[in-house]
Design a protein. Sequence first.
Length: 600
Amino acid sequence: MNSIWNKNCSLFKERFPQLSESLAAEISESVKTEKARNGSLTAQENGLMLHSKYNPEKEGESAASSFDPKKSEAAVFLGFGLGYAALSFAQKFPEASLILIEHDAPHFFSALNAVDWTPVFSHKKLILAIGAPLERIADILGSFPPEKLHIFKNKAHTAHDEDYFNAAEQIIIKNKSKEEVNANTLEKFARLWLSNSCRNLDRMKTLDGIARYARLGTEIPFVILAAGPSLETILPHLAEIKKRSVLVCVDTALHCCLRQNVEPDFIILSDPQYACSLHLEFLQSPSSVLITEIAAYPSVFRFCCRETVLFSSLFPIGQFFESQTEEKGKLAAGGSVATSAWDFARFCGAREIFIAGMDLGFPGKQTHIKGSQFEEKAHRESMRLKPAETECIHPLFHAGPFYARDYNGNTILTDKKMSLFSWWFETNCLRAEAEGIKTASLTSQSLAINGIEKYSLADFLLKPEIQQQKESFFARSQETKKNKDELQKKFDQAKISFASGLDSLESLAKKGISLCSKAIQSTVHLPEICRKLDELDILISRSSGKEAAALVFPTQRQLAALSKKIEPHSEFEKKLYPVQYSMLVYTELLKSIRQYRKFF
């Protein structure tokens, strides 16, 4: 081997000792190096040139220069050939994160054998993902805001493992889609979340959390019931399934369970919308435990059941009170109540989780199981010019439909929204599988998801009945109930602290508006006022009420739209723009605080 190889391997081992020990230092036989016109090494693979035949360094510099540090904070290289673009990036942008992804280790070592990688291994924010599984790539990329990632993808650099690199790129695309969905949801429902949370806040001192059930179900199978059309095939066997598992039902599937005279062990409702509260309306399930959070629509807490327990709130106000009192127990938020149901089973310590009716698509062009609230609503509101058929067909086409495969290998219509949920399950179920937790689908008509295997219903019904284990599970959960008097005391103190935090934040916002007004009226004291505003911003960032106010504070894109009204045109306006923008922020902050004043 040459001196470049020895130098690179030495740097690699020094920077990433554990990774270097886990990889065999072998060169790819398919990567053929040759001399470029300028004397540097270039390469080709299976007839494709990986770099320029004339000047690979210049080509790499040109590619790296597309990165804009004002817009992005990390560069993601999906493959890199011999590494010329990555080397140029490392030299040009020492403050940005550099993420190099390569599935095939010999391709990585081929680069180390050809080009001096000193600038890359010297880069202080280098992340090297060589031979990493996709779930690990998802973890790495998920630690950065998706809009701040700049992707470098060259077809020649990814052709040797196209499926892997396409899947890695899809992780970034789906992260961006998820962020977009989250922003849309926040803008649409923030005030509803605030209203519901405040109206239900006192429930936090009277209701236990799911923490009571943590790791108590390690020896019990859990079955999750979702409301997809394929659930119809399971319903006749529901009573037998319940004898052999802990039955966890999402709110949309409850009506179907009760129609079979089967009350699930747990019912999960996580959506705060009024429409979702209707899934429980006029129903009762006296032997079931309802799992929800304080942002749920208030009528949910009047549902007739054995007991209502809370999981940790996803929103700032609930999180503040939990931090001051007790944590109820966190469940993952994957955008669907089914994700919360699956994570509850995992939270309970289940080693076997079975899912039924989670189709994440439209088998037979159906959107939901017959008799569901969605279908019944369409029939109730049906009119001559708006028949139920029109309402029911809308979900099939409104979110970018495309065809995929079910567990039988047949085509199933799905869409982009469903693909976000399937990606969440794929990522989390594969991670859980590595920990010994297996997830399987009892409905073969559902969308096939990597990490969730097909499981025969007939085989499941051969499992032994577990009535005694279930009784023990619920009995042990009662042993960990918390002292309500102590909880009430902590809650009351937290309420005083929260109100005080809002008072302080309101005072700071008013002071900021006053300072900005003075600066706009007269620029004589502008430098001094700007200094005071900087001090004020530090105090706001330290305020205990800022996270709560952020719930109904405008999103970044809403703020950008509002700021267009104060865009500067003259030199004088440009001078005042930072102050005017600050005044906009303080004004919106004050509005956010006043949303809480209706309840505190």
